[in-house]
Ligand binder design. Structure first.
Ligand code: HEM
Length: 143
């Protein structure tokens, strides 16, 4: 496999690990397992950070890949991509504020913002995965 295809695959794996850790962290806090919640969410943050490093590296090396589909499928792709980009930028300060409030023990405020952080994080993960599949594995010629 070429480097140009390997990097997006690595990225998709990192983002999926990050999303899985977020879901795990959410389940753990519902079970009141605070320490494990903390470790799961920090793991999720580290993998999201690794994702960002690989993403920026790939972008600097190869630029952005254009979607080859046309018509309605292009419309679907652009809508998913636009929402993904906007929310993936918004998630960065959200995660930092969520962590800050946890580490400064403002847990009620932590919980209040985390209500937005978790679903937005998961949306970014799922749409990132869909974008990867559409860009690299969708047989658009047949649509
Ligand atoms: C970005 C990382 C994190 C996210 C997305 C996150 C997410 C959440 C969510 C969604 C809740 C509320 C669960 C519910 O509705 O019952 C929660 C609660 C909580 N989190 Fe986190 N968390 C993160 C990091 C941390 C860290 C690092 C710590 C520990 C230092 C921590 C400690 C807690 C505690 C103690 C609660 C319970 C608060 C309460 O019920 O009053 N969290 N977190």
């Amino acid at each position: 496999m070429e480097m140009e295809e390997l990097l997006p695959l690595i990225d998709t794996i990192l983002i999926i690990i990050s999303g899985t850790a977020v879901i795990t962290g959410f389940v753990l806090i519902k079970k009141k397992m605070v320490d494990f919640h903390k470790y799961a969410m920090l793991t999720a943050t580290v993998f999201a950070g690794l994702f960002l490093i690989v993403y920026v590296t790939r972008y600097l090396l190869y630029g952005s890949k254009l979607f080859v589909g046309e018509g309605w499928i292009l419309g679907v792709y652009v809508a998913i991509l636009a929402s993904h980009v906007i929310l993936s930028i918004a998630i960065i300060p959200l995660v930092l504020i969520t962590l800050y409030r946890a580490f400064t023990r403002q847990f009620a405020r932590h919980r209040a913002i985390a209500r937005y952080t978790v679903p937005i994080w998961l949306y970014v993960v799922v749409t990132g995965w869909i974008i990867y599949l559409m860009l690299y594995h969708l047989p658009v010629e047949n649509l």
